[in-house]
Ligand binder design. Structure first.
Ligand code: COI
Length: 365
């Protein structure tokens, strides 16, 4: 289906960021946003592009009390020929559908997600940053906005997309991928079987913040999450999926527990490693095994993967106050090659040999 959305242009365009090398993550929002409504019986309707502005919410709006919401994270990249492209947006749409089911929310059709994203990018293409390592972060989100204290699924929803000119999530100053210190969290949990760990919902992130804050006392950027039941198996790192290379096997937590977010970058990493002939396993890995490998030298690499983080190597784990360096503490060769090919394909400087990019007919001057 072909969608067109009416546009109300801003009469007060904002100044663009002065220094594209210091954009940070999600700080510089563009001039417009996309909004669409959902009402039971009517479905999704009235998609429109309007000036970026605060939204009005009734204080009794159910999302403010019961957090019936979900979001996604995507990026638009600038290719050397000046065109914009997305990366596997169908995967985001599929994840949104799974999240919607878990949260008893209406499914947003894939063609609405993609056409709305494209229309908004077209409107705000002059905001596309050009400095190396930058991109346009796309944040679609949906929330229940029924005015009611009844803790039941809402009958009215709002879908919004906003865009932020963005730099690297974990900035590096050296040109090489910088490594982070990560605290092994053995007290709090991120997600339990039967919970919402596989869904992209705000509550997963809000509930993680105490742990991330506590990690700072150990000079760590974030935490390595262990499973909820036994506090034994490694799961995710901060807001990203986690990969461990022990000798020549790269291991990541399997999705069948329902506690792991099915990351688009996670899936891309697994497929790329298979393509390169690297042994990659989706299996449960105990922290005990990681610790033993760190001690005997067989732990070669740990890295996190995500849309925001891309590939983020970990140089050191801190467990109960003791540091365990990962190999020599520098970015490992697999993480480096993954970043090179993945980010290269996304930005069009490496040929897309996996067929993942989604070029848009939008040219940036
Ligand atoms: C993303 O990688 O897009 C995310 O959603 C992570 C974000 C919460 C920082």
């Amino acid at each position: 289906m072909k969608y067109t959305y009416p546009v109300t242009r801003t009469t007060h365009p904002k100044p663009k960021p002065a220094d594209e090398n210091n954009l940070g993550f999600g700080k510089y929002f563009t001039d417009h946003m996309f909004i669409m409504d959902y009402d039971e019986g009517q479905g999704w309707h009235d998609g429109r592009i309007v000036p970026y502005a605060p939204i009005e919410l009734d204080p009794a709006s159910c999302v403010l009390h019961y957090a019936q919401m979900m979001f996604e994270g995507m990026k638009a990249y600038l290719r050397p020929d000046g065109k914009l492209q997305l990366f596997r947006p169908d995967m985001n749409a599929k994840r949104m559908a799974n999240t919607a089911y878990r949260m008893a929310m209406p499914v947003l059709p894939e063609d609405i997600l993609i056409s709305a994203t494209e229309a908004l990018l077209r409107e705000d293409k002059d905001w596309m940053p050009k400095a190396p390592g930058t991109s346009m972060y796309i944040r679609p989100f949906i929330f229940g906005n029924e005015i009611s204290f009844s803790a039941m699924a809402a009958a009215h929803y709002t879908f919004i997309i906003i865009l932020a000119a963005t730099g690297a999530y974990y900035a590096s100053t050296s040109g090489k991928l910088g490594t982070s210190r990560i605290y092994v969290q053995d007290k709090y949990i991120r997600s339990a079987q039967g919970g919402t760990g596989f869904a992209k919902v705000g509550g997963n992130y809000g509930g993680a913040m105490r742990a991330s804050e506590d990690a700072k006392a150990f000079h760590c950027k974030d935490v390595l999450w262990l499973d909820a039941k036994e506090h034994k198996y490694v799961e995710e790192i901060g807001t990203s999926n986690a990969f461990f290379r022990i000798n020549d096997e790269v291991i990541t937590a399997p999705l069948d527990t329902g506690t792991i977010l099915p990351g688009v970058t996670r899936d891309s990493v697994i497929q790329l490693l298979k393509e390169w002939g690297v042994k990659v396993s989706e299996r449960r890995l105990s922290f005990e095994e990681v610790l033993a490998a760190a001690k005997d030298g067989s732990l070669k690499e740990i890295f996190a993967s995500g849309t925001a983080a891309v590939i983020s190597p970990i140089g050191c784990l801190n467990y109960q106050g003791v540091d365990y360096p990962v190999a020599d503490g520098e970015c490992g060769e697999i993480a480096n090659k993954l970043y090179h090919d993945l980010y290269g394909m996304q930005t069009g400087v490496v040929e897309d040999y996996m067929g993942w990019t989604y070029p848009l007919d939008i040219t940036v001057e």
